[in-house]
Ligand binder design. Structure first.
Ligand code: ZN
Length: 509
């Protein structure tokens, strides 16, 4: 008899419908899977037979042929175990074909018949919810799958339970929508109000959050760079539902989704400087997302910036330009979204004290030059704001006064972003953040007052500013003017923007 079961397969962050056809005929006992299966699917034969037997069900000593269709898509992962097992039981007449029509199955089987979580259940549900309205998935994947609207999701612990459900012996209870919300609110324990002093840096980070600008912080050890950056996500705007789903899809694919809850807070990734190329960019034979994709819609923090391997840093260029990374493999190229705010931090020189007012730097100019040159020009070009972080003095550290709370800053940031979004809605801008304005956009939106024009002229002469630096300063000025709710860029907006370009000032050897 022939049976047909619906399933899906993830490629990149999208999923494609796959039909699992099972044919059982008389002949020498065999079990073949065709239709471009990868190794883990071919190995499913070894899992499915004991899983069916250990579920107290009959496994036939006949010729079993499994076809995964369409045949031209390469299928990956162990998620086809459950649909293949259901297909065999349907072909045997244990389950009726009409009872499985319209249901999507996915899940890995253990030898005992228990269902194990699969990667990418959420993208499968999102991409295929227009086609199927009922999903039977492993219990561990049920909450993430239920985040998708207009689908009924059943979480199953084992194969036997799925069979009993389909045969109306014991029905599952669908996962309720309310279960998809995490039980407790976000972690509010870190807040900008705990950071004493450093008002200038806090302001620069607010500018970065308001216009989605990348930042390089340069300061001696003990200046509190990490402490400031850790609080940066707390002032970023709330994620829209779409942004949440997009980010969660990537976590689902990489198997990093905790408890199945949708990400409501922006991701904050801070890989160590010893990270490999594949871990940063993404990779493997069926490419997994790397740190830059896990940071999508959030923050990528790279401390000790020059200590990262050169090739690792160079992988940042493509995502910083286009908001995505393409990982090429022999069979196909996979595209992962990678739109993040980069915050990099570094010492001003190998010993750390080159810019310090009190402690003397021990480095030769040659050493400093070598240290700085580890960061390539093209990469630096993608960083709008570079700012020196001074070491705090005793008076600041001992003061009792607390600063503004993260929520106060965040409210302002959201207002500034709304101004930028309005330009998109009115179809006069393409980029919804000033950090993404093109040179053409800059011509249109960055209107300078006369005083600003004069200031810009003298800055160009004094600093020997390049055309690229000019674009950056314009974008930052635009954000600062938006924060001030001003259409025209005034001299004090421009002046502040110029102050966020410390590497243009030629103070380094
Ligand atoms: Zn030094």
């Amino acid at each position: 008899m022939l049976a047909k079961v619906h399933s899906g397969c993830v490629i990149g962050i999208d999923a494609y419908p796959i039909d699992v056809e099972v044919d059982i005929t008389n002949g020498l006992p065999s079990f073949n899977v065709i239709g471009l299966p990868d190794v883990s699917i071919r190995e499913s034969r070894g899992r499915i037979k004991p899983a069916i037997k250990n579920s107290g069900l009959f496994f036939p000593a006949q010729k079993i042929t499994v076809n995964l269709s369409p045949a031209d898509i390469k299928k990956e992962g162990a998620g086809f175990d459950l649909p293949i097992a259901i297909g065999i039981l349907t072909a045997l007449g244990v389950i009726r074909q009409e009872d499985i029509d319209g249901i999507l199955f996915c899940g890995e089987l253990s030898l005992t018949g228990k269902l194990k979580a699969v990667r990418g259940a959420l993208p499968v549900a999102i991409s295929l919810s227009h086609k199927y309205h009922t999903f039977i998935v492993p219990e561990e994947n049920s909450i993430e799958t239920a985040n998708v609207k207009n689908v009924t999701v059943y979480g199953a612990e084992c194969l036997r339970d799925v069979v009993d459900h389909l045969k109306n012996i014991k029905k599952f209870i669908p996962v309720e929508d309310s279960k998809t919300y995490p039980p407790s609110a976000a972690d509010n324990t870190i807040d900008f109000k705990d950071v004493k002093g450093q008002e200038r840096i806090k302001r620069a980070l607010e500018v970065a959050a308001s216009g989605s600008h990348n930042v390089l912080l340069i300061g001696p050890p003990g200046s509190g760079k990490s402490m400031l950056v850790k609080r940066f996500p707390t002032i970023l705007p709330r994620m829209t539902d779409n942004e949440s789903l997009e980010a969660t899809k990537i976590y689902s694919i990489s198997g990093e989704l905790k408890n199945g809850y949708i990400l409501r807070e922006r991701p904050f990734r801070s890989p160590h400087h010893t990270i490999s190329y594949a871990a940063m960019a993404g990779g493997g034979s069926s490419p997994m997302p790397g740190e830059i994709s896990l940071a999508h819609n959030g923050v990528l923090f790279l401390d000790e910036f020059p200590e990262f391997r050169r090739d690792v840093l160079e992988t940042l260029r493509q995502p910083l330009e286009s908001g995505e990374i393409i990982i090429s493999r022999a069979e196909r190229a996979v595209r992962y979204p990678s739109k993040f705010i980069l915050i990099a931090a570094m010492n001003p020189c190998p010993c750390g004290y080159f810019t310090d007012k009190k402690k003397a730097c021990q480095c030769s100019s040659n050493q400093i030059h070598k240290y700085l040159s580890k960061i390539s020009g093209p990469l630096l070009d993608r960083i709008d704001i570079h700012i020196e972080v001074p070491r705090l003095n005793y008076e600041t550290l001992s003061q009792k006064k607390t600063g503004e709370t993260s929520i106060e800053i965040k409210n302002r940031v959201e207002k500034t972003i709304a101004i930028q979004q309005k330009r998109v809605d009115e179809k006069i801008a393409r980029a919804n953040y000033n950090g993404y304005l093109t040179s053409q956009d800059i011509e249109i939106f960055c209107v300078l007052s006369n005083e600003s024009k004069n200031l810009l002229k003298s800055a160009i002469v004094e600093l020997g500013m390049s055309a690229r630096a000019y674009d950056k300063i314009m974008k930052i000025s635009r954000t600062i003017a938006d924060m001030d709710n001003s259409e025209i860029i005034e001299a004090h907006h421009l002046g502040e923007a110029i102050s966020y370009r410390c590497l243009d000032k030629n103070i380094w050897p």
